[in-house]
Design a protein around this ligand. Sequence first.
Ligand SMILES: Nc1ncnc2c1ncn2[C@@H]1O[C@H](COP(=O)(O)OP(=O)(O)OP(=O)(O)O)[C@@H](O)[C@H]1O
Ligand SMILES: [Mg+2]
Length: 370
Amino acid sequence: MARVRLDNITQQFGKTIAVQDISFEVPDGEFWVLVGPSGCGKSTLLRTIAGLEPITAGDLYIGEQRVNGLTARQRDVAMVFQNYALYPHMTVAQNLAFGLKMRQVPKDEQQQQIQQVARSLDIEHLLDRKPRQLSGGQQQRVALGRAIARQPQLFLLDEPLSNLDAQLRDDTRAELKQLHQRFGITTLYVTHDQVEAMTLGDRIVMLDQGRIQQIGTPHDLYHHPINQRVATFIGNPPMNVLAATFTEAGLKVADQHLPVPPAIRQQLDLYPNQMVNLGIRPEKISTSRLPGPSSLALTVTVVEPLGRETLVRGTVATQATTSQPDQTLTCIVETPPTPGETLWLDLDLRYWFIFDPASGARRYPQISRA
Ligand SMILES: Nc1ncnc2c1ncn2[C@@H]1O[C@H](COP(=O)(O)OP(=O)(O)OP(=O)(O)O)[C@@H](O)[C@H]1O
Ligand SMILES: [Mg+2]
C-alpha cells in the first residue's frame, strides 16, 4: 500500500490539453473517486498514474518515490479498465493467478488467495471456465478479481461497473466497498456516475474540462458545492437552477417575487437588477396545494412515481403579457398531483444557493476565506 501524490500534472496530446495543473494527494489506504462529465480527463489522469502515458509536465509520486520515469510494471499498480482485457486462452482460475505467478508467489499461497477473492466476488463456480463462456458482468468481476489477487500497492479502476446491469452494479459496488475495507489498498476510482462517487469515495475529486473543480468528502460536495458545476453534477435529481433578478422586493423568478430579508440582502452584496442563478435541491422544496405568503407557483407538467416518493416536474409560470421565459423545476412530493395542476412551493432560504451566471462561482452562502 502507498500514498499517491500528483504535483501540478498537465497532460497534453498535440494541441489538446487533456488535464491541467492537477495536484492532490491520496493518503495511504484511502478510496478516492475521480468524477466528472465525459471528456473531462478522468481516464487520462488514471492512465498517467498507471504509467501508460508519458507525463507532459509535473511530478508524480507513489509512496516516497518519484515515478515519472518508471514503467507501468515498475510502479506496482493494478488497473482495471472499462473494457477489461482477460486472457482468452486461460481459465478464470489462471487469469486470477496470473499476477501472482509473475511475482513468483508460492503455489499453495496462490491457491488460497484465488479462492478467497473468487469467493468474495461470487465467481467460485466459474473457475474452470474460459472468458468467452462468461457473461459481461462475470468477466468484469474476474477482471476485478485478477487485480485484487495481486494485492498491488495501488489500485486504479476506470469505470469498472459500467458493463453490469443495474442490480449487479449495485451489488458489485457494495462488494467493492467491502473489499476495500478488508484489504485497505489505496484506490483511485474513475466514474461519471455521481451515485458511485458519493457511495464509494472517502473523497471525491470533481473534474471539468481538465481542471479540478473541487476536492472534498461526499458530504462537502453535496452540502457545500463550490460552484454551479459541482452543485448540479452531484445529487440526484440534480439541483434546480432558476434565472433570477435581484430587485427591491427580493429575487424575481419568472415574474414572481421571492422576498429576501434585509440581513441576507446585505450579505448577498448584489446591485438592483443584477442577474443571478438561484439554486435549490428538489429534496429541499416543500410543496402545498394552497399559496403561502412567499410561495412560488409551479404548473405541473410531468409526474413520475418512484414508489417511495413522486418526482414532479413543472414550470414556474410567467404571465403571458411579460417577455420572461418559463423556467422548469423539479420537486419531490408524497401525494402525486395531476399534470396541469398548480403546486405552491416554499423555497426555504436556508437551502438557497446563489451563483454568478457568468462564472458559476457561488455567491451565497458566502465561501469563507479561512
Ligand atoms: N491519446 C489521445 N490523443 C488525443 N487526445 C486525447 C487522447 N486521449 C484523450 N484525449 C482527449 O483528452 C480529453 C480527456 O479524455 P479522457 O479520456 O481522459 O476523458 P474521460 O474523462 O475519461 O471521458 P469519458 O468519461 O468519456 O471516459 C478528451 O478531450 C480527449 O479527446
Ligand atoms: Mg474515460
